[in-house]
Structure formats: C-alpha cells, structure tokens
Design a protein around this ligand. Structure first.
Ligand code: NAD
Length: 481
C-alpha cells in the first residue's frame, strides 16, 4: 500500500517527512505516512483546480459520473474485509463495527449519492417581471478540502467524498494523522474506479496540513469534521483568507432523558449502545443521563451490570465488544477527565481506570450523583464515561429541557418514554440537530446530520449534502425585448 501523497493522479513523496500511525490495541507502529508541506498542499489544490473544468471530469454526462461512483461502491464491497481489518488495526474499533458500520456504511453512501447524480435539479420560479423566465442551476462549489477526524475515518470521509463527487466537484482530502490508512486505501480505489486525474487528491499529515488548507486562497469549500476548538480555527482561517465556505460537524455532549414510564430494559440496552459504541468515541454518544428519580436505582444497577459485562479487547478479536481508545494521548485525556469527575465529587459506580493490555484500553465508567455544573457534564470526554443525574418527576419537564440545553453543544439527544406527550415536548424543546426517541443516535444517509450551536454549521447526508457541495445559480432570461 502506498503511504505517500496522491496529487494529480500520481503517488508522490511528501516534502515534510513521515509520521507514524499506531495500532491502538498493541501500541505499536503500523506504518509511516507522508507529512505534506506547503508545496504539496499547493500542488494538490492546483491539480484539483485544473481538473474541475477539464473535459475528462466536467465533460462527463451525469450517468457517466454516476457510473464512477457506483464502481467505487462496488470496489469497496470487493475489498470489504481488507478495509475492515485495516480500519480496526488503525482505529481500534471492534471488527464487527468496522464491517457493518464503517465499510458497509461507506459503500452504501457512494451508492446513495451515485443515485443522486442523475437527479440534481434546478427549479423554475414565478418571478414578478413580465416576459421573464427564471430558473436555477446547481453547480459544483469548486475545489473542496475534506478534513476528517479519527473516530470513523472511512465512513466520515464517505459522507463528504460521495456528495462532493456526485456534484462534479474536485477534492483534496486530509485525513487525521492518527488514522490515515483506510483513507489512503480508498483513494487508491478511486484511482482504480477510473476517476480522472486531479479529481481526488490526498495530502496526509498533522493539523498543520489542515491549517494550510483552511487558509488556502484557492480552496472554495472546506468540509470539516472534528473538535469544536479546531472548527473555530478553521472558521477564522477562512475569514482571514478567501472567506471559503465551511461546513462544520463538531463536538457533542448528547443528553439522554429517561422518563419514569420508559421501558427500562430497552433504555439500558439503547443507552449502553449509544454511549459505548467505538469506546464512546462518537460525536453523538449519549454521555449525560437524566433519569426520573423513581427509576434511578433500577436504571443505574442495570446500566452498571451491562457495561461491566462488555468484553474489552483488541478489535480484531471477533468476541470484542469494546476496543481500545484511539491513542495514548486520547486515553490520557479521558483519564484526566475521569479524575476531575472524582475530584469534583461525582460518585464512581464502575470503571474509573485503565484495563489490562499493552494497548490504550479503558474500562467503561459510570458516575452517579453528578451535578449539572461538573466538568464531566459539560466537556466532551469522547470515551466510555457515563454521567448520571436525576430529576424529580414529570412536572420538571420544562426544567429538564433547560438543563439538557445548558451546554455549548447541540448535536444529538435521546428521549426514552412511552408517552407521546413527553416525547413531543422534549423533542421540540431540546436544541439538537437530531433527537432520537427510544433509540440510540445513528446516522443514516437519508436523514440530515449536523448540529445546533457549537456542534457545527450545515448538514450532511440526503439532499442537504447536495446543497453543501453546490452553488445555486439564479438565471434570468428576458424574452420581451
Ligand atoms: P481534531 O479536531 O483533533 O482533528 C480533526 C482533523 O482536523 C484532523 O484531520 C486534524 O489533523 C485536523 N486539524 C487539527 N488542527 C487543525 C487546524 N488548526 N486546522 C485545520 N485542521 C486541523 O478532532 P479529532 O480529535 O480527530 O476528532 C474528534 C472530534 O471530532 C470530537 O470533538 C468529535 O465530537 C468530533 N466529531 C464530530 C462529528 C460530527 O458529525 N459532528 C463526527 C465525528 C467526530
């Protein structure tokens, strides 16, 4: 597998040296990957610019462009197991998650947007001028930088790359330096699928490479998924350069409200899935639990038994349910916040320490007696750390909405109840991009994905991603002259 940069259809050496990427289950280096420098970034952006209007790309008819995306989806399927193993080795997630969520999810995303290629429409509009015909066209935004995080590297890249290509854009991809391997392999598959040179470019490297793209004068749109802190830096870099469009999918701190009438077993199962998937390294993971006081003891006991029975181990072991955290640095971050939770007076029910093994394993952790102002209720832990608090009864619903909204984030929320009134009041009141009633938060290509407040700008998936990757042109034709 090449570990270099992919610029203008060629694998080239990076000018900034190399960076190691680790297997988080064994804390050993898997590969060294190129570190791009400014000249590489400039070359990649220039290649994307040239390809944008080329006859080989812009000249493709919609069914021809769709065929390329369908072919890429088929290639992902053909290399399904190889990609799944690579994702697990580099990211740590259990192999079943890699197969079903990351790889299948990526293939389906390309297939879904391949279907869109032939259905991207404008409108005709009844403007109030005589003898004037007005219509809209959807045109590619141009050169897109796609900057991705380490938690679901392949799947999140697909969320961006599929609609970008469906709408005839060109791209420069910058994966997280922590998990670059499946991105490199996917870029190879785009080459095999037959995308013309310069349409897909890849620059690997650390955050400085992302910063070069954010401040680049010839990038038209930067689609970013990652932390809110870096999202702010990108926004500022855009403002200070060419005011490129930015789409931001940022951090979260999702509340999960469990009402007194909830099916507690379903709520326990759903909340364990929703908080420990990928070891809690999920932007929409539920991490703040508001349980009706009457059901608190039962809920906490069952939750503790459930997370306590999760099998922790290397992701490549088929029986593993909880893999390692992605890196030593990230485990230190989770460990530090658990320590802060203890110091601030939260009560530890289970977990609270590393688990055995050479890798970056961390035991799932539950705190009770958590107060709203505590750090673990406010900061994104991004690990298997569950903070439980309670409320008195249904009369406190309005209060509860205020408490759930008392955060800078607004990505997702969960509500567990059998009462349609409670479900509706909370779904309407909680400020989040997605509210999930009696189910954990899951993305789906047919439903919008994105956040309120500091969780981001814009929406991915469905027709909303078509908006993100197109400019809407307004055309006026006077035929009365
Ligand atoms: P991160 O912000 O550290 O890194 C994300 C990407 O940004 C990486 O490719 C990194 O190299 C790059 N980067 C770092 N500094 C940069 C800079 N100054 N300019 C431009 N790019 C820079 O995020 P992470 O730790 O990889 O991912 C975890 C975060 O992602 C969490 O906050 C999580 O909530 C968020 N996330 C959000 C969603 C969503 O859909 N909203 C999905 C997944 C993850």
């Amino acid at each position: 597998m090449p570990t270099r940069l992919f610029i203008d259809g060629e694998w080239t050496e990076a000018s900034g040296g190399a960076l190691p990427t680790y297997d988080p289950a064994s804390a050993t280096v898997i590969e060294e990957v190129g570190a791009a420098g400014q000249a590489d970034v400039d070359a990649a952006v220039a290649a994307a610019r040239r390809a944008l209007d080329s006859a080989e790309w812009a000249g493709l008819l919609p069914p021809q462009r769709a065929a390329l995306l369908f072919r890429l989806a088929d290639l992902i399927d053909q290399h399904h197991e190889e990609l799944a193993q690579l994702e697990t080795r580099d990211q740590g997630q259990p192999i079943g998650i890699s197969r079903q969520v990351s790889v299948s999810g990526a293939a389906e995303h390309f297939r879904y947007y391949a279907g869109w290629v032939t259905k991207i429409q404008g409108t005709t509009n009844p403007v109030s001028f005589p003898d004037t015909f007005h219509y809209t066209r959807r045109e590619p935004v141009g050169v897109n930088a796609l900057v991705t995080p380490w938690n679901f590297p392949l799947m999140i890249l697909a969320w961006k790359l599929a609609p970008a290509l469906a709408t005839a854009n060109t791209v420069v991809i910058k994966p997280s330096e922590v998990t670059p391997l499946t991105t490199i392999r996917l870029v190879e598959l785009t080459q095999e699928a037959g995308f013309p040179r310069g349409v897909v470019n890849l620059v690997t490297g650390d955050g400085s490479v992302g910063a070069m793209l954010s401040s680049h004068m010839d990038v038209d749109h930067l689609s970013y998924t990652g932390s809110t802190a870096v999202g702010k830096l990108i926004t500022k870099a855009s403002a200070d350069s060419n005011l490129k469009r930015v789409t931001l999918e940022l951090g979260g701190k999702a509340p999960s409200v469990i009402a007194a009438d909830a099916d507690i077993d379903a709520a326990v199962g759903g909340n364990i899935a929703g908080s420990t998937l990928n070891s809690g390294q999920v932007c929409a993971a539920c991490t703040r639990f508001y349980i009706d006081k009457k059901r608190e003891q039962e809920f906490v006991e069952k939750l503790a038994a459930g997370v306590g029975s999760l099998r922790i181990g290397p992701g490549l072991d088929e029986s593993t349910q909880l893999g390692p955290l992605v890196s030593e640095r990230h485990r230190d971050h989770v460990e530090r916040l658990v320590g802060v939770g203890r110091d601030e007076g939260a009560e530890l029910v289970v977990g609270g320490q590393r688990s055995d093994g050479d890798g970056y394993f961390y035991n799932p952790t539950i705190f009770t007696g958590v107060r709203d102002e505590m750090t673990i209720m406010r900061e994104e832990v991004f690990g298997p750390v569950l903070a439980v608090t309670s409320y008195e009864d249904d009369d406190e619903l309005t209060d509860l909405i205020t408490r759930a909204n008392d955060t800078q984030y607004g990505l997702a929320a969960m509500v567990w109840t059998r009462d349609i009134k409670t479900a509706q009041r909370l779904s309407a009141g909680i400020k989040a991009g997605g509210v999930f009633v009696n189910m954990p938060a899951i993305p789906d290509m047919a439903a919008p994905w994105g956040g309120y407040k500091a969780s981001g700008w814009g929406r991915e998936m469905g027709p909303w991603a078509i908006d993100a990757y197109t400019e809407l042109k307004s055309v006026w034709v006077n035929y009365g002259y």
